[in-house]
Design a protein around this ligand. Structure first.
Ligand code: NAP
Length: 485
């Protein structure tokens, strides 16, 4: 199993050409499982980003005039090219990000589903006619692409976080400038390789790597770019929202979470354990929808803790994601491991009891053992902060009201989960939780056909589903008079 060298592009994709940074500045990219160098990507600043935006701006004039059908054909061809090379793309993704190969493949396939969904949804961008209060005029509402979109994406889903923005943008008639994380640029640049392969019109997709703050500033201030779509931390999201606000740009913000996972006394415990494993430990705990706080009702607390410990020990295997049987890849970098260590130490210092895991794995790479701590309390850092690693903590609660209050006691509002066999409770709790995504007896709920977005500090806007297109469209009202009627 080896990397396809034609997919490792050490150049940025602008207006259909591969470009290096002015002055040849680069950033190094390494494999988190081995520490080995993968390559050097261009370190773009504002000037090169402005070139990319100008290319996208020029390309958008023709792209928006294509029929939705013609845009869909281009998008499906792009998806065909991705699916033809999904094995190579998955190796690339695992090499730069670390997740197990099967998860990498699943992510890319989901990314394709987003693009194909939007290729078709673009044909259903309907407008309205409004009954006119004037007898001699007719009122029309149409929807138009916002223009050039700037997408800034994180490292934890290097393909699908781009695919769901790109799919909606292109279907709406926008062109796009994508800035991936410096840790996982190659999966992003591979979209350029695929676009080139299928002859996507030049400038429709542009990809820039480099100085994140400089690229972000140019996107926020350049008048040719009309929308910022960001996925990443709440800290950076707020910075960008503030800057974009000064230039009145449309924004979508998919930000951090602190997901509660609630297990009621009447839950199917085996299902709840399977859900907790999937929700907490997928991608080694590095997803924005990962369970961060597990609340278990007192009557089943000990039984659930014992079953979860057994499942962690039996089912989860850390290692290089390219190796068969591995379920837990490395964390993205040393800082990520240090954050897990700090949260764990804090939890143990404050009375937490270690059930399993608790330490790094091996001497190479950034691996951390899947870890479970019981006897958690609200004073612990994990109660407030997103750990973003393979640390699960179990809190005990007594009543439904208490569980809802504890779950909502956070500034975040992205995903939440709960397990119960009581139908009435399902609705009461679902309606009581202040979250954009709710898993009821399910630990993994993301699909391209449903909206994905957070409340409170977890963001603004939605991705996926018919709702995700709105963020790339402007509404235009036309009053048509002079009809002589
Ligand atoms: P991050 O540090 O906010 O980085 C996200 C992106 O922003 C990266 O491309 C980064 O570039 C860029 N960036 C950093 N500083 C910037 C600045 N000053 N101006 C403009 N861009 C800047 O987040 P991360 O560590 O990559 O991702 C993890 C976070 O993302 C978690 O909080 C997670 O919950 C959240 N997330 C949310 C969702 C969702 O849909 N709600 C999905 C996935 C992840 P560099 O990497 O090159 O510095």
């Amino acid at each position: 199993m080896s990397l396809d060298p034609t997919l490792v592009r050490n150049a940025n994709f602008i207006n259909g050409s591969w470009k290096e940074a002015q002055g040849g500045n680069t950033l190094a990219v390494t494999n988190p499982a081995t520490g080995a160098a993968i390559g050097q990507i261009p370190k773009f600043g504002r000037a090169e980003t402005a070139d990319a935006i100008a290319a996208a701006h020029d390309a958008q004039k023709a792209w928006r005039r294509l029929t939705a059908d013609a845009r869909a054909e281009h998008m499906h061809r792009l998806c065909d090219a991705i699916m033809n090379q999904i094995d190579d793309l998955a190796i690339l993704l695992t090499t730069e990000m670390g997740k197990p190969l099967a998860e990498a493949k699943g992510e890319i396939a989901l990314g394709v589903k987003y693009i194909r969904f939007y290729a078709e949804e673009g044909k259903r961008i309907y407008g309205d006619t409004i009954p006119s209060p004037w007898a001699d005029r007719r009122l029309l509402v149409t929807k138009e692409p916002v223009g050039v979109a700037g997408a800034i994406t994180p490292w934890n889903f290097p393909n699908s976080m781009i695919a769901r923005k790109l799919g909606a943008a292109l279907a709406a008639g926008c062109t796009i400038v994508i800035k991936p994380s410096e840790f996982t640029p190659y999966s992003a640049l591979a979209f350029g390789v695929m676009a080139e392969k299928v002859g996507l019109p030049k400038g429709v997709i542009n990809i820039v790597t480099g100085d994140a703050a400089a690229i972000g500033d140019e996107m926020c201030e350049n008048p040719k770019l009309r929308k910022i779509t960001f996925t990443g931390s709440t800290r950076v999201g707020k910075l960008l929202a503030e800057k974009a606000g000064r230039h009145m740009k449309k924004i979508s913000m998919e930000l951090g979470g602190n997901a509660p996972f609630i297990v009621f006394d009447d839950a199917d415990l085996d299902k709840a354990v399977a859900g907790a494993i999937a929700s907490k430990f997928r991608n080694s705990g590095q997803t924005c929808v990962c369970a961060n706080r597990v609340y278990v009702q007192s009557g089943v607390y000990d039984a659930f803790a014992a079953k979860l410990t057994a499942a962690i020990e039996a089912e989860l295997k850390p290692g290089n994601g390219l190796e068969a049987g591995v379920t837990q890849g490395p964390l993205i970098n040393e800082a990520a491991v240090e954050k897990v260590e700090a949260h764990l130490k804090d939890a143990l210092d404050k009375g937490g009891k270690l059930q399993t895991g608790g330490s790094r794995v091996g001497n190479v790479g950034t691996f951390f053992a899947p870890t479970l701590v019981t006897n958690a309390s609200t004073t612990m850092r994990v109660a407030r902060e997103e750990t973003f690693g393979p640390l699960a903590v179990l809190f005990k609660f007594e009543t439904e009201e208490e569980a809802i209050a504890l779950a909502n006691d956070t500034e975040y509002g992205l995903a939440c989960y709960f397990y119960t066999s009581d139908l009435g409770r399902s609705f009461r709790v679902m309606e009581g939780l202040e979250y954009g995504l709710v898993g009821v007896n399910e630990g993994v709920i993301t699909t391209e056909v449903a909206p994905f977005g957070g409340f409170k500090d977890s963001g603004i806007g939605n991705e996926g589903s018919k709702y995700g297109l709105d963020d790339y469209l402007n509404i235009k009202y036309a009053c048509i008079g002079g009809l002589g009627i």
